[in-house]
Design a protein around this ligand. Structure first.
Ligand SMILES: Cc1cc2nc3c(=O)[nH]c(=O)nc-3n(C[C@H](O)[C@H](O)[C@H](O)COP(=O)(O)OP(=O)(O)OC[C@H]3O[C@@H](n4cnc5c(N)ncnc54)[C@H](O)[C@@H]3O)c2cc1C
Length: 385
C-alpha cells in the first residue's frame, strides 16, 4: 500500500526514534532519512523533570548521539535543520535549502509549550522545559540556594517542584485549581500530594494566577491575580503543550487540535503519517509515552507493508513525585464517570472513576495503593480497541 521511495521521518524525539526502530525491525532495505532541528541525541524526555536533584547534566541524559543512532538504524540523520515546507504534489520536503524526496513522510515533530499572557518587563524571563536544550538553559541559571516559582500544578509542575525540593531548592507553585493535578485526580489525592510536598518545603498558591512579572535587580518580582507579591530567582512555566500543526496545515493536511490521523496514523494524505505529541488520533491528543509507543509499533508495521491499526489499552501515567508516589489513569475524554474513594489509610489512597452502570472508567492511586496499578489497568476498557 505504501510507495517504495525513501521513508522520511521529521523529528528524533521518542516518537520519531521509536517509529524508526519499529520500522527497521521489519524492513532493513528501504532508505530511511531522519530530520531534526535539535542535535538528534536519543534521550528519554520524562527524565527532564527528575534529573536536577540527581545532578544530571544535559550530556549525561543523552543515551546515544545522532551518529550512533544513524548507525544502529541504518539511516541518514540530518541534525540542526528545520523542515520548512511539504510539497505533497512532488512528494518532497524542504529542509533548510535541501529538498528531500519521500515515498512516505512521517511527522513526529512534537508539541510547543503554551505560554500564558503575563504582563511586565520580567515576563520574557519565564522559562519552559520541553527538551534537553531547555533543560540545559534552566540548569545553567539554577544556582544553589535559589527559589523557583513554578506556574502550573499539573504533572510536570508537580514533578519539578518535588525534584527541586529534593535537591535543596525552594519551590513555589501557583495554580488556578484548588489542589495539584486538579484535572486528573480527585481532591483527596491532590491534597495528599500538596501536604507531602509542603512537608518538603514546597509553597503552594492555589486558586491564583501569575499576572505580572517585574525585574528587581537580578531577581524577579511576581504579582498574582489575588494580590500576592514575592521576589523569586527563576520562573518555570508548565501549563501544557500545543501540538505543532503549522507545517501540516500549510501543506493542506487536516488539522484539529493536533495533526489529524486515523487508526493507521495516516493523515488526510495517504503518503503522510503522524504520531507522538503532534498527532490527534481520532479525537485523542495524548502527549505521553505509552500512546506514542503503541502508535510507533503499529505504524512501523504499516509502513513495512502490514497495515496495523493502533490500539490504546488503558494507559496509566506514573507521576514522578518520589516523595508521594502517584499513578493516574484518567477516564477517556467523553466518558462520564464520578470519582469515589475505594480505600484510604492516611495518604495511601485508592480512587475509582465509575460510570452510572458501575463500570470502572479510570482510577487514581497514591502511596502504597500504587501497587494496584496493573490489576486496575486491566479492568478499564480499552480507549481504542
Ligand atoms: C518534563 C517532561 C516530563 C515528562 N514526563 C512524562 C512521563 O513521566 N510520562 C509520560 O508518559 N510522558 C511524559 N512526558 C511527555 C513525553 O515525554 C512526550 O509525550 C514525548 O517525549 C513526546 O515525544 P515526541 O517525539 O512526540 O516529541 P518531541 O520529543 O518533542 O520531539 C519532537 C522532535 O521534532 C523535531 N522538530 C520539531 N519541528 C521540526 C521541524 N520543523 N523540522 C525538523 N525537526 C523538527 C524536534 O527537534 C524533536 O526532535 C513528559 C514531558 C516533559 C516535557
Amino acid at each position: 500500500m505504501t510507495a517504495r521511495g525513501p521513508l522520511v521521518v521529521l523529528g528524533t524525539g521518542l516518537a520519531g526514534y521509536t517509529l524508526a526502530r519499529e520500522f527497521r525491525k521489519r524492513d532493513r532495505e528501504r532508505p530511511l532519512v531522519m530530520v531534526t532541528r535539535d542535535d538528534g541525541c536519543y534521550y528519554s524526555k520524562p527524565m527532564l523533570s527528575n534529573a536536577i536533584a540527581q545532578g544530571k547534566t544535559p550530556d549525561a541524559l543523552c543515551l546515544a548521539t545522532a551518529e550512533k543512532q544513524a548507525e544502529a538504524l541504518d539511516a541518514r540523520i540530518l541534525t540542526r535543520v528545520e523542515a520548512v515546507r511539504i510539497d505533497r504534489q512532488r512528494q518532497h520536503v524542504e529542509v533548510d535549502g535541501e529538498s528531500i524526496a519521500y515515498g512516505d513522510l512521517v511527522l513526529a515533530i512534537g508539541a510547543e509549550p503554551i505560554r500564558l499572557p503575563i504582563e511586565g518587563e520580567g515576563a520574557d524571563a519565564v522559562l519552559t522545559v520541553n527538551d534537553r536544550l531547555d533543560y540545559a538553559r534552566f540548569r545553567e541559571r539554577l544556582q544553589p540556594g535559589m527559589e523557583v516559582t513554578l506556574i502550573g500544578a499539573g504533572l510536570i509542575g508537580c514533578e519539578f517542584a518535588d525534584d527541586l525540593a529534593a535537591g535543596g531548592w525552594r519551590a513555589r507553585v501557583v495554580d488556578i485549581g484548588r489542589h495539584p493535578l486538579g484535572r486528573l485526580v480527585p481532591t483527596a489525592l491532590g491534597q495528599a500530594l500538596a501536604e507531602t510536598l509542603a512537608g518538603k518545603g514546597v509553597t503552594w498558591h492555589f486558586e491564583d494566577a501569575v499576572v505580572r512579572i517585574e525585574r528587581d535587580g537580578h531577581r524577579l518580582r511576581i504579582h498574582t491575580r489575588e494580590g500576592a507579591r514575592w521576589t523569586t530567582d527563576l520562573v518555570l512555566s508548565a501549563v501544557g503543550l500545543r501540538p505543532r500543526t503549522e507545517l501540516a496545515a500549510a501543506a493542506g493536511l487536516a488539522v484539529g487540535r493536533g495533526i489529524r490521523v486515523d487508526r493507521l496514523l495516516r493523515t488526510s494524505d495517504p503518503h503522510v503519517w503522524a504520531l507522538g505529541d503532534c498527532a490527534e488520533v481520532e479525537d485523542l491528543v495524548l502527549p505521553f509515552v505509552m500512546p506514542l509507543m503503541n502508535a510507533a509499533r503499529a505504524l512501523g508495521a504499516t509502513l513495512a507493508g502490514e497495515p496495523t491499526p493502533v490500539r490504546y489499552p488503558a494507559m496509566p501515567v506514573v507521576v514522578k513525585t518520589p516523595d508521594y508516589p502517584l499513578v493516574v489513569c484518567p477516564p477517556r475524554p467523553g466518558w462520564h464517570c464520578e470519582w469515589r474513594l475505594a480505600a484510604r489509610q492516611g495518604h495511601d489512597i485508592e480512587a475509582h472513576c465509575l460510570d452510572p452502570e458501575g463500570t470502572l472508567r479510570g482510577f487514581a492511586l497514591g502511596g502504597a495503593a500504587t501497587q494496584k496499578k496493573q490489576v486496575l489497568a486491566k479492568a478499564v476498557p480499552d480507549w481504542l480497541a
